[in-house]
Design a binder for this molecule. Structure first.
Ligand code: DX5
Ligand code: ZN
Length: 239
């Protein structure tokens, strides 16, 4: 399992130190929640913050765009240092085109689904994406309660991807993930867990990272291990 801590729960007054501490804890991915106050009720940050962090970090920047019409901003996020750009299916009328454009820019491409969104369109998007993000809370805030119907949804997404020649597409789960539900999520098919409050709220980070990994030690499948071995070769592309 890959753990992608969500920057939203870090100490914004000392972000450089926080990122350095993540790297020392063996973390490889960083989840960056971009919110526009329109697609979701909250507003967070944009390309300038990414650019500042990119200058001193070797983490893989997993950028979750919770913004309307994300296609307008792809180049800005790419230039600022995004390695993966994840758009919301609900926020884009032409998600297939946008995913293709993300890849053309040299980034990995992801598609996110809100808890109430059906997974059927993934059948047609699977060839053009590297990751599916299953929201296990409604997007907008960290610290919300995990929605238990997400287990079945993750399982259904994994099955759909496997049936649509998308065996190498990762499944990420975002919202309310913690060591207590990590094994069940890995068994359902999650490859990447995002964690905000359950990670940053429990320092030191090396011990917390180890707790997540220990929780999933006996979970998941061989196919999942192969998928994550491929993803381990993804490196930050903007250095
Ligand atoms: C929610 C964000 C999440 C959030 C996760 O809209 O997309 O990434 O920060 O935080 P926790 O793990 O606290 O639910
Ligand atoms: Zn997120």
């Amino acid at each position: 399992m890959i753990l992608s801590p969500s920057l939203l729960s870090a100490d914004f007054a000392r972000l450089g130190d926080e990122l350095a501490a993540l790297e020392r804890a063996g973390i490889r991915w960083l989840h960056l929640d971009v919110m526009d106050g329109c697609f979701v009720p909250n507003i967070t940050f944009g390309p300038p913050l990414l650019r500042s962090l990119r200058a001193s970090s070797r983490l893989f920047f997993d950028v979750h765009l919770m913004i309307e019409q994300p296609a307008r901003h792809l180049e800005a996020f790419r230039a600022a240092g995004a390695d993966m750009i994840v758009i919301h299916l609900e926020a884009d009328r032409h998600p297939q085109r946008t995913l293709t454009e993300i890849r053309r820019l040299g980034c990995k491409a992801g598609i996110a689904l809100n808890p109430g969104t059906d997974i059927a369109p993934l059948r047609w998007l699977a060839p053009d994406c590297d990751m599916v993000l299953v929201m296990s809370v409604n997007p907008g805030f960290s610290g919300q309660k995990f929605l238990p119907q997400s287990y079945a949804k993750v399982r259904a997404v994994r099955e759909l991807l496997d049936a649509a020649n998308g065996e190498s597409v990762l499944v990420q789960v975002d919202g309310g993930a913690c060591p207590e539900n990590a094994a069940a999520l890995a068994d359902a098919g999650a490859d990447v867990l995002v964690s905000g409050s359950a990670f940053f709220g429990h320092p030191p980070y090396d011990a917390r990272h180890a707790a997540f990994l220990e929780a999933v030690r006996h979970a998941g499948s061989a196919a999942g291990e192969n998928r994550r071995a491929l993803a381990a070769q993804w490196t930050p592309c903007n250095r």
